[in-house]
Design a protein around this ligand. Structure first.
Ligand SMILES: *Cc1c(COP(=O)(O)O)cnc(C)c1O
Length: 389
């Protein structure tokens, strides 16, 4: 088996990034401190929102966002079956139930038609969702204006899972500006668009939600006298007024995040160049690409191709093995969440979300990351054309 030298995704670390981290290591402050504040301010300003709350992963960010939205036992959260499991697990952490809305087969984001149909049914049975989590799959925004309108009508809170999408735009506005949602969540895992090693963030226009998120991030503790139940005992005094967690980001991570953010736009632009070149080079092959909505500027976290299995001789598994033999990694995003053993125990079965399942049978993710050179991409193009031909 050949050595993989072209992964499907990869972080880029500059000398400046390294220096920023070293500077923190030489300082007095390692845990959440001035760099975390700076990173939060930088991301909030970038997105054009009031506030941002940094945490140790997007998974934690989704968890506390759900809690801040009031999600609890007896409630229901809906998300897309084509996502990472974290988009659904956040409901389970809160004791809430999960259900899914099938995808639009062209964009692979949550289908608004399916959402509307399901809401009409749910209203009849009294099982409306409290929270809906649209996932900006592969970096392209969902149709947020229509989802927000349904949220208004049916009374659910919208939390955008933008783990794939910082740097992307919807109707000219950066994803994360929260015009059509209560909160938006980002991931800074190394394979995502910018990294802090591990890390996540919730952004919002609501100061009220943010102060709740800040509390939940750190044990449910407040130092704000306005929130105290008892008289302060002195300057050391704090109160734990609810059950929170230790989901804090370190200053080491935040310094890396600040430095990475400076290159986000350039990296997304490079991703666009690479995707344009792939699409041109594969235009004659029996494959489909995710369709791009004219309202959207994708952050292009992933480059997904959908194989037409009737037209090509090689099955997907063989195809991946052949790519691997030439040093090229591929991947599949994602196994439909409802088919995971954990979710089957809640009654989900094959056939429940046919568009998602159909997509899963055909999808393959090819390498895409900003540091990929033209020569590396040419190698992927040549090998892919050869193995598919
Ligand atoms: C990666 C990812 C997450 C979780 O991010 P972490 O920072 O690894 O916790 C959540 N949702 C989606 C869609 C993701 O791709």
């Amino acid at each position: 088996m050949g050595k993989i030298n072209i992964p499907y995704g990869k972080q880029t670390i500059s000398e400046q990034d390294i220096q920023a981290v070293v500077d923190v290591l030489r300082s007095d402050w390692l845990t959440q401190g001035p760099s975390v504040e700076r990173f939060e301010r930088a991301v909030a300003d970038y997105c054009g929102v009031n506030c941002a709350v940094a945490v140790n992963s997007a998974t934690s960010a989704l968890h506390i966002a759900c809690l801040a939205a009031g999600l609890g036992g007896g409630d229901i959260l809906w998300t897309s079956p084509i996502s990472f499991v974290a988009s659904a697990n956040c409901a389970r952490y809160c004791g809430a139930d999960v259900d899914f809305v099938d995808i639009d087969p062209d964009t692979c984001t949550m289908s608004v038609e399916e959402l509307e149909k399901k809401l009409v049914e749910a209203e009849k049975t009294g099982r409306l969702p409290k929270v809906v989590v649209p996932v900006h799959f592969a970096g392209q925004s969902c149709d947020m204006e229509r989802i927000a309108a349904l949220g208004e009508h049916y009374g659910f809170t919208v939390i955008e899972d933008a783990a794939h999408a910082i740097g992307g735009r919807y109707r000219g506005q950066l994803i994360g500006n929260c015009r059509y949602s209560a909160m938006t969540v980002f991931s800074f895992h190394p394979v995502k668009l910018i990294t802090t090693g591990e890390g996540g963030m919730v952004v919002s226009r609501s100061e009220e939600l943010c102060s709740r998120l800040v509390r939940l991030r750190s044990h449910g503790i407040t130092r704000d006298p306005a929130e105290f139940t008892f008289q302060s005992h002195g300057p050391w005094y704090y109160e734990q007024i609810e059950l929170g967690f230790n989901y804090r980001m370190t200053d080491i991570q935040a310094a890396l995040g600040c430095s990475q953010l400076l290159r986000l736009d350039a990296n997304v632009a490079r991703r666009h160049e690479l995707v344009a070149r792939y699409r041109q080079a594969f235009a004659d092959l029996p494959i489909r690409f995710l369709s791009q909505d004219s309202d959207c500027y994708s952050a292009y976290h992933l480059f997904v191709v959908m194989l037409d299995c009737d037209l090509i001789a090689t099955q997907r598994e063989e195809l991946a093995a052949k790519l691997r033999a030439d040093g090229i990694a591929s991947n599949v995003h994602y196994i439909p969440i409802h088919l995971q053993p954990y979710y089957r125990q809640y009654g989900f079965r094959p056939g429940d979300f046919p568009k998602a399942e159909e997509y899963y049978r055909h999808a393959l993710t090819l390498p895409l990351y900003p540091a990929m050179t033209d020569a590396q991409q040419q190698h992927v193009i040549d090998v892919f054309r050869r193995v598919i031909g």
